[in-house]
Every structure is written in C-alpha cells, then in structure tokens.
Design a protein around this ligand. Sequence first.
Ligand code: GAR
Length: 187
Amino acid sequence: MHSIVIFASGRGSNAAAIIEYFKTTGKAKVALIVSNKPGAGVIGIAEQEHIPFVIIDKNTLAEVLLVEQLKEYRPSLLVLAGFLWKIPESLIQAFPGRIINIHPALLPAYGGKGMYGHNVHNAVLGAKDTESGITIHYVNEAYDDGNIILQARCAVNTGDTPDTLADRIHKLEHYYYPRAIEFLLGE
Ligand code: GAR
C-alpha cells in the first residue's frame, strides 16, 4: 500500500476528502499530516482519524531533520492541501517529482505569493471572469509554478460572493484531488 503525507494549514476539507477516499479504495494510506498551525481544523481531523501529525515552524521546514522524519514514512507522494508556505529546496530535492499542490484557480492566472483562499476568489470576482477552477500541479522552487497535472473548470455566476465561489471550487477539489493522487500512484 502507498503511503502519502499531507501538508495542510487550514480547515482541512481536502485532507478529509483524501482520507475518506482512500479508506474505500484501500490503495493508499495517509501516514502523516504536517501543519504549521496547532489550532488548524486539519489537526482535529488527524486526531479524529488517529493519523499522526507534526507541527512545524519555518525553521523546521527547511531542516534535514524533517526530511529524515518524512522518509521514515516512505511516502510515495507529499500532498499539499491548503499549505501556504513555500516548500524549501531541501524538501524538493529529497522528494523529486513527488510533491504536488492544489490551487483554487486556473493557473497561471491568480497564482503566486499571497494568492490563496479568498484572496484568489476576490481577484477572480474583481476581474469579472466568467469561469474559474482548480489546478493540481507539481511543486517546484517558485510559488504555483510547477508542471500542471490537471485542471478542472467551473462557472462564476452572477451574484457569486467569495464564499459561494469557494464552495463551488471546494466541490471540484474534493472530487478531483483524491482521484489525481490515485492516478499518480499508478498500479
Ligand atoms: C483550498 O481551496 C486550496 O485550493 C487552497 O486552500 C484551500 C484549503 O482548503 N490552497 C491555496 O490557496 C494554495 N495557494 P481546506 O483547508 O478546506 O482543504
């Protein structure tokens, strides 16, 4: 069975969707959750699901110690799900081609530093775009810049608020992220 590590700092709805999905397919197991926020919703999910978690700060993230700790879990993939810090080169080199991220817009539009969550949805609404979507991509040294694995689109409706758009985007994310992970894990 594949083991995956999730990096998350927020509510954790994507983490929850991934955990649930692989409970039924049995193809992978979420072995560890890494977060930089002790009070984040995702930590409650880890506790409820009896998944080990580690809280890191910016120094730990760049340390060899974290790489060693992660390697103990032999992860096939490191999955960023609402993790907002830049991934340091040390991690990218330790897990080449095995770190992926999800972004709540159609990259390269609305990507880069500071573009997360509602900042993204506000920008899409402000530009009066008629569609938005999600991007699942490999992580490299720059924000939101790695090769794209999958994009899925949705409409932006008249009268949408950042919340209603975020809900629609989350539905796409919860459907596609687990399936993209499964695809990448292969046979
Ligand atoms: C997701 O919508 C994800 O795309 C976004 O954070 C949210 C986390 O939600 N990530 C970014 O904006 C990265 N730039 P969740 O905690 O409910 O999974």
